[in-house]
Design a protein around this ligand. Structure first.
Ligand SMILES: [Zn+2]
Length: 104
C-alpha cells in the first residue's frame, strides 16, 4: 500500500483500492484543456485536446504467466515447429511513463 503521484499526468493514487484489490494506474491518453472564457459558449467549445507523450500504464505486460510465483513467458521452440516453451521471463508494467513519486 503506497500513496503515489504519477509524474506523467500528475494523478495521485493509492496502490491498494478500498476493497483491498490492487490498483494499476493508467494515464489518460489525452490532455484536455478548456479556456475559462469558453464555458458559456457550450460544451466542448474552445476545448484543446493533445495526445499525452509520456503515458504510464501499470498494467502487467501481456504474455507473462506466473509459475510457482515467478514470471514466465512463452517463446517459440527452436526444435519443434508450432510448439512453444515456457521459460523464465521478466515481469513488468506496460509503460513507465515519467515514473512516480512517493507521497508518504
Ligand atoms: Zn498518470
Amino acid at each position: 500500500m503506497a500513496n503515489l503521484k504519477c509524474n506523467a499526468c500528475g494523478g495521485t493514487y493509492n496502490t491498494t483500492q478500498r476493497d483491498g484489490t490492487a490498483y494499476f494506474h493508467q494515464c489518460p491518453a489525452e490532455i484536455i484543456t478548456t479556456p475559462a472564457s469558453s464555458t458559456a459558449s457550450g460544451a466542448g467549445a474552445g476545448e484543446v485536446r493533445e495526445q499525452r507523450t509520456a503515458i504510464r500504464d501499470e498494467n502487467i505486460r501481456r504474455g507473462i504467466v506466473y509459475v510457482d510465483g515467478k514470471p514466465h513467458k512463452f517463446v517459440p521452440n527452436p526444435e519443434e515447429r508450432n510448439q512453444s516453451l515456457l521459460v523464465p521471463g521478466e515481469a513488468g508494467i506496460i509503460s513507465e511513463g515519467d515514473g512516480v513519486s512517493q507521497l508518504d
